[in-house]
Design a protein around this ligand. Structure first.
Ligand SMILES: Cc1cc2nc3c(=O)[nH]c(=O)nc-3n(C[C@H](O)[C@H](O)[C@H](O)COP(=O)(O)O)c2cc1C
Length: 365
């Protein structure tokens, strides 16, 4: 098993795995991941649209594979070549999934964190590279399926991220289940911990709605091994979110945050956003036809042609354009959509990663 690093948190006598969640497109790049890894957390680069992100940073065109290699190398450099850097990959984005993993391995990535679909063949893609493999799941059943499949490769997850219904980004639940008490993270935790214990007792990291050091202490005291935090890191100086996105997080109140499905994400999963996001308001008024000019969500149809998931009958907005614009990384004037967790309503200012890590751990370096 490849171990993830643990850091000290005041009030706890055992270390905590603290993962900065992968945030695409362009929100968690090398700058954010490197800063988190420098402080002993797991800094995660999102693989989404890395070809564009790296071209913006370096000025030259690169393949998806090269982009992942370069961004991971940069994150590792910023971490003092010493920190633990992960890449976050979404299984359903078929076009870039394997090239990004291969490139990240070439760049020296320490962990692959994969969700939005079950990463059934991940051990095969990675081969015998000494890299932590960390699926993101939302139920014990999903973890059970992964463990059963991975046992064929003689491998188990090195940790698992259990993402509950309060998280930002895409949610692994039916929309009608999101607010049901039986789907609270607290309810999902027990069965997931049990599956992890049955399969070699790998660490369980919880995600979705974790805001303060007190939340970390509470989760560790009920048996979690770590936390993954997204929204709070999106609201840092080092995050790649645009200034408009960061201002929207600070301004957001509870009632401004909604899970949308219609119009929704072309990924076909519920998606939590700030309702007033300009791109969402435009989609509500059917103000933008789907042009599909960025083409990250293409996948092979039954007829062998590559089509965008958005063109398969969902009432979808163009997520590629909306998210690129939210990270100031679009070459067209499409309007942004801001994805956040429910926690965004509690964020009242933008911090540096150092300030946030000090606050979360209660320990000054
Ligand atoms: C702006 C933003 C973008 C995200 N993008 C991704 C992504 O590309 N892939 C992914 O697996 N999770 C994504 N997430 C989820 C986070 O990695 C994390 O698990 C989640 O936000 C945790 O909940 P929290 O925001 O309450 O801390 C995103 C979250 C945010 C806020």
């Amino acid at each position: 098993m490849v171990e993830l690093p643990k850091i000290a948190v005041r009030g706890l006598d055992r270390g905590v795995i603290l993962i900065q969640g992968g945030m695409g497109a362009g929100v968690s790049l090398a700058r954010l991941a490197g800063a988190v890894a420098l402080r002993g957390g797991v800094g995660t680069v999102s693989f989404i649209a890395l070809d564009r992100m790296v071209e913006r940073r370096t000025g030259f065109k690169v393949s998806h594979r090269e982009a992942a290699k370069l961004e991971i190398e940069e994150a590792r450099r910023l971490s003092g070549n010493n920190g633990v850097v992960a890449i976050n990959c979404m299984v359903l984005i078929e076009k870039t999934y394997i090239p990004s993993i291969e490139g990240a391995i070439e760049g020296g990535v320490n962990a692959i964190i994969a969700g939005a679909g079950l990463p059934m063949t991940l051990p095969e893609i990675v081969g015998d590279a000494q890299i932590a493999l960390v699926p993101i799941i939302s139920s014990g059943r999903a973890l059970e399926l992964i463990c059963r499949r991975w046992s064929r490769y003689g491998r188990m997850p090195d940790a698992v991220v259990l993402e509950g219904p309060l998280a930002g980004g895409h949610l692994g639940f039916n929309v009608e289940d999101i607010s049901k008490p039986e789907f609270r993270l607290e309810e999902l935790f027990g069965p997931v911990k049990e599956v992890a214990q049955k399969n070699g007792d790998f660490p369980v990291v919880v995600a979705g709605g974790i805001y303060a050091r007190e939340d970390i202490v509470r989760w560790m005291n009920v048996g979690a091994d770590g936390v993954q935090i997204g929204t709070r890191f999106a609201a840092t100086d080092e995050s790649g979110a645009s200034e408009e996105f960061k201002r929207a997080i600070v301004a957001a109140r509870e009632e401004d945050i909604e899970v949308v499905t219609n119009p929704g994400s072309p990924a076909g999963m519920p998606f939590r956003i700030i309702k007033s996001s300009p791109g969402y308001q435009q989609a509500l008024s059917r103000g933008r036809p789907l042009l599909c000019d960025k083409q990250y969500l293409l996948h092979g149809g039954e007829d062998g042609r590559m089509t965008c998931l958005a063109l398969e009958g969902y009432e979808a907005f163009c997520i590629c354009n909306a998210l690129l614009s939210a990270a100031d990384s679009n070459d067209t004037s499409d309007l942004p959509i801001f994805t956040v967790g429910t926690n965004a309503s509690r964020v009242d200012r933008i911090l540096s990663v150092d300030e946030l890590m000090d606050e979360l751990t209660g320990v000054m370096p």
